[in-house]
Design a protein around this ligand. Structure first.
Ligand SMILES: N[C@@H](CCC(=O)N[C@@H](CS)C(=O)NCC(=O)O)C(=O)O
Length: 198
């Protein structure tokens, strides 16, 4: 059975949300991790090479990094069609935005939060203001990241936006506010929130 190495109210919550959307059997293994306030510690039981969450095991496979886990799950479980398959015209767009969350969105927003000066040509991401502009422009004419259909992108990238906006690390705009309300108005989102209550 799938085992998710999870800590409540952390990035691994997005994988709980995805597994609930997919309606596949899984178990969660609660693990500790190093927190920004200095508390917590690496958990020897966690197979992530840096002791981060999420990590997931499935039979003999170990997958870590949220976007990789999402791709693995949406490729493996096709019943819910939460990600375009190989050959689908939206596959490229799906992969691009999946990579965008850890590769561009997060470093951009965290760099701004910790006042790290952006250096074009050196940093692999873009300045936070530019990222916000791109995301607002992309979502303005769409219901979801891929258009009319909800996908795992709306959990990984959309969920990231949603929580960063709640933490006031991303500027709230009418577009992002409406999108955030749309993606969080789902039974699987509520189940995840309920399970993660302390
Ligand atoms: N790039 C990773 C980030 C995972 C991550 O940093 N998770 C945090 C919890 S929200 C963590 O485990 N931090 C512990 C550490 O940095 O050692 C992903 O997207 O899955």
């Amino acid at each position: 059975m799938i085992a998710l190495y999870h800590s409540p109210q952390s990035r691994s919550a997005s994988i709980v949300w995805l597994l609930e959307e997919l309606e596949v059997p899984y178990q969660t293994k609660a693990v500790d991790f190093r927190r920004s306030d200095g508390s917590g510690s690496r958990d020897a039981a966690n197979p992530h090479p840096h002791g981060k969450v999420p990590a997931l095991t499935d039979g003999g496979e170990t997958i870590f990094e949220g976007s990789a886990i999402a791709l693995y799950l949406t490729d493996k479980y096709r019943t819910k069609k939460l990600g375009p398959a190989v050959g689908d015209p939206k596959r490229g767009e799906y992969l691009s935005w999946l990579a965008y969350r850890p590769g561009v969105l997060e470093p951009a927003i965290l760099s701004r939060r910790f006042q790290i000066k952006h250096v074009y040509g050196a940093m692999g991401w873009a300045p936070a203001d530019e990222v916000e502009e791109v995301l607002n422009k992309h979502l303005a004419p769409r219901q979801y990241f891929l258009g009319d259909e909800f996908s795992a992108l709306d959990i990984l990238l959309g969920g990231g936006l949603h929580f960063l906006m709640m933490a006031k690390m991303i500027k709230e705009t009418p577009v992002l506010k409406a999108y955030s309300a749309r993606i969080s108005d789902r039974p699987a989102y509520r189940t995840m929130m309920e399970k993660d209550k302390r």
